[in-house]
Design a protein around this ligand. Sequence first.
Ligand SMILES: [Zn+2]
Length: 414
Amino acid sequence: MQRVLLSVALGAAVLAPSPAHAGIVEDAVAATAHTPDELVASFDNAELPGLAPEGPGPSITGNAELDTRIRTIAETRGYERHPEPDRELVVADGFRLQPEAAAAWEAMQGAALEAGHSIRITSAYRSPVTQAGLFRSRLNGATDAAIDHVLATVAAPGYSRHHTGYTIDIRTPTHFLHNFANSDAYAWMAADNWAVAKSFGWLPSYPAGASAAGPDPEPWEFVWIGPINIICGDFDPSPETTFCDTLGSTFAADVEWLRSEGITTGCNTNRFCPTTTITRAQAATMLWRMEGEPAATSAIPFLDVPDNVYFTEAVRWMVELVITTGTSSTEFSPHVELTRDQFVTFLWRYAGRPAPAGSHQFVDVGPTSFAADAIAWAAGVRVTTGTSATKFSPVATTTRGQAAAFLHRYDLIP
Ligand SMILES: [Zn+2]
């Protein structure tokens, strides 16, 4: 989806016709209005893919007391910890970045060139070890004032946004560091409340006017968080639009139906997480809520379904109706991701195992598949139209957006 949006964004300057869904996202991104503090707060590690859990802080000077003091002063300035990537980075403009950020950089750099601006990356991913060397090279003495002086321009290792692979420093051939803010390229990116930068998913990292952001303002540094996170960072739910992250999604109407029926409350505040894979526990809960949360009395044979968790009664009901027999006689595997053939099988059993109305057109669903009847039924009643004209992609995982569509279409069966 990012690729689609980026190609549209390239043409946005000339108002080229765009696919409706990408246009909705573009309009919403352009309409966001963040304060400097909101811009700083928009960079949230938890919302970005490809990041490892935060490890212990790296050694900075080798002196534990001094390192603790450095971290304390850094956090007082507003610095936050940032994790490292847990996947391969890719190279863009000679620097290593997360793949989404690299694609977004190349698109924005290309658009800049079309608009007559030459922009280059001068720094991107940086490891905590490299950051530690940089920090020590600037530190002159060990007083609090000396530490604070360095922290005004250099993050303590473990606290640099560059560790994530989502952060870049930009320059033009003639304008760099603070002077970048005086360049035509900067004005192009910043116009109309950062409309151009935002259309590619970029935000200023440490803009002027922010309070306690960590370093002093850095007009040359930008973070990629993507258009959806930009929209979510400036979002007020309305009766029509409950979730900020389904905007422009193929499944937006399905998700709104799911919410209006009380089948979902989302994955997080204001979010549905439509591109996240659904787990077996979540799918069970959605089916059970769709049925009106009926009480059941069967014993649950699965050792991995505790009492009194959100999916306990849903699984009990599924056991009673033999919608599930578990992944083994003693396991339901609640947190395992559900494949598309498994999801449709749950739905088919829930529907009472109806006979398929005809044959399906999917070449990737064999007649001996455990889900053959379920998928043939789903195709016949238009619960699925496949992932293409000839494919169902049975062993692909089911996204939460796809699950919403399956359930909504099931509800629409005459
Ligand atoms: Zn930087």
